[in-house]
Design a protein around this ligand. Structure first.
Ligand SMILES: *Cc1c(COP(=O)(O)O)cnc(C)c1O
Length: 497
């Protein structure tokens, strides 16, 4: 039975449902499974529905929940909110496969975790007989915000607040968030970047005095620092692997490489957990955009966030401090939480840390980092349309370009899957421009132009956006974040009375 331990203190242990209620551990660490037994095999994943694979994975990682409860959560999440019956279809391209993770309600891969997290959280509260209103604090680089809002809107016993960088999210991402409906939601722009938003949320979660004088409210997070985000993401790696067997590409046991467009290291970490749990994954290719701090780290062992922050056409990966890396380092070091404390202290005080050489060799067995610039990203979108008649979004293009670079450099010809993390229609202007060389400034015009060009349809949640009423216009300075959160918590407590 896995317990969840804090990456900063291995004696800080709890069960998964408590970890999900807490979000961040109270020592600032991230709750992480304390051991991972290999349990995935052919029987578990072959010729199974998404629900069946999800149940098999979740009951292993979240084994303090009853099987009946888990199944209810799974059915509540993965239903006709997804516009493809297989939930995560796989598409064959010339030379690799695409795992399409954007068929959910907000057209980004975050939906796979954020449609189920509210269900897991409500069950957890039931198990604890916890009647607090859970204040979900969420920082977003663009896609988490809307997916979390969509998941938590009007969910009883919760209230959600999303902080997004005022400049940095795409026009469509912003419109998705500020038109959100629901009585328990708030959306606030921050004068700063994603790292500033994430720091605010982490600070608030760690601030023991913040809830002084506020009754009946506790704080949690919908960011990938919450263990309840991480575990459901293990499922689609298994689903993709099974599909490659079912379409005759591989036999069970053959290694498959996965290329993952990476920001906060949550998605790729789930792939690594799948590998540790027995899924025959070869290399995990960690793909970054011009904010290439992870690619450098995986090569040198030095994580250095002291560098210029670039805004790119893949904004959900414009991140310099990747939270979930801490979880990977904790597991890979054999749960050396003292080491993790030192590294995170170094990061907080100097903006960088360096891991021991043997730890670097250990992680290099599983991970390899690549990055691509804006020009290569655009060219990859263009070429994929020409060669495969497939439209991909800029994040997916970063993943594909990184895979191609990896294959060229290493000659590794193992079958490979690129995680396709967003619908191209979320980034229509950039995508249309990459394919045609023409710039259509208006995102919605670009959406329609892209649809005509590619003969594919615009997801309904995006085509209807333009007409929606704007509900949230507040902008704050990043220095005022904690004060604003305090005020929001008071409002939530007040509404509860
Ligand atoms: C969030 C996001 C990513 C990065 O995922 P992480 O889990 O943060 O590494 C990549 N692509 C898209 C479209 C995203 O929304």
């Amino acid at each position: 039975m896995p317990h969840y331990i804090s990456t900063r203190d291995k004696n800080n242990r709890t069960l998964s449902h408590n970890a999900i209620i807490s979000g961040l551990a109270n020592d600032g660490g991230l709750y992480t499974p304390d051991h991972i037994e290999p349990f995935i095999d052919a029987d578990l994943i072959l010729h199974k529905s998404y629900w069946e694979i999800a149940l098999a994975i979740l009951r292993n990682f979240l084994d303090d929940y009853s099987e009946e409860d888990l199944l209810a959560c799974i059915k509540g999440a993965y239903d006709n909110k997804f516009d493809d019956p297989s939930i995560v279809p796989v598409k064959k391209l010339d030379g690799c496969h695409l795992l399409e993770l954007w068929h959910g309600p907000t057209s980004a891969f975050k939906d796979l975790a954020l449609t189920i997290l509210p269900h897991l959280l409500l069950k957890a509260k039931e198990m604890e007989d916890d009647h607090d209103t859970i204040a979900i604090l969420t920082a977003t680089s663009g896609d988490t915000g809307k997916a979390a809002l969509s998941g938590f809107a009007d969910v009883k016993g919760t209230a959600i607040t999303v902080f997004y960088p005022q400049i940095g999210v795409s026009a469509v991402q912003k419109q998705q968030m500020i038109t959100t409906t629901g009585d328990n939601v708030a959306v606030i722009a921050v004068n700063g970047n994603f790292d500033d938003c994430q720091r605010m949320v982490k600070e608030a979660s760690n601030d023991k005095d913040l809830l002084n004088g506020i009754e009946g409210v506790s704080i949690s997070s919908a960011n990938s620092i919450n263990a309840g985000r991480l575990i459901p993401q293990v499922v689609y790696y298994c689903s993709a692997y099974a599909k490659l067997i079912e379409d005759g590409t591989i036999h069970y046991g053959e290694p498959v490489n996965f290329a993952v467009p990476t920001g906060n290291f949550g998605n790729i970490l789930a792939g690594w957990l799948a590998k540790k749990a027995g899924l025959p994954i070869g290399k995990l290719i960690c793909a970054s955009n011009r904010n290439n701090v992870l690619a450098d780290f995986l090569k040198t062992g030095t994580y250095n966030a002291n560098r210029e922050f670039y805004k790119t056409m893949s904004p959900s990966m414009d991140i310099l401090v990747s939270s979930n890396l801490e979880r990977m380092l904790c597991i890979a070091s054999g749960y050396d939480t003292e080491l993790i404390n030192t590294l995170m202290h170094d990061l907080n005080t100097t903006g960088q840390f360096t891991i021991p050489k043997d730890l670097l060799s250990t992680i290099q067995k599983d991970f390899i980092g690549y990055w691509c610039d804006e020009e290569t990203c655009a060219k990859t979108i263009h070429d994929t349309f020409q060669i495969d008649h497939t439209v991909i979004d800029p994040h997916t293009a970063v993943g594909l370009a990184s895979l191609q670079q990896y294959q060229k450099e290493t000659g590794d010809a193992a079958p490979s899957v690129v995680l396709s993390t967003a619908s191209p229609y979320k980034f229509s202007r950039s995508v249309y421009n990459a394919i045609t060389g023409k710039d259509i400034e208006d995102e919605y015009e670009a959406m329609h132009a892209l649809s005509s060009l590619s003969n594919t349809s615009i997801p309904v949640n995006l085509s209807s956006l333009q007409e929606k009423e704007v509900r949230f216009t507040e902008v704050i300075n990043k220095e005022d974040g904690i004060a604003r959160i305090k005020k929001r918590l008071e409002e939530i407590a007040h509404e509860k009375d």
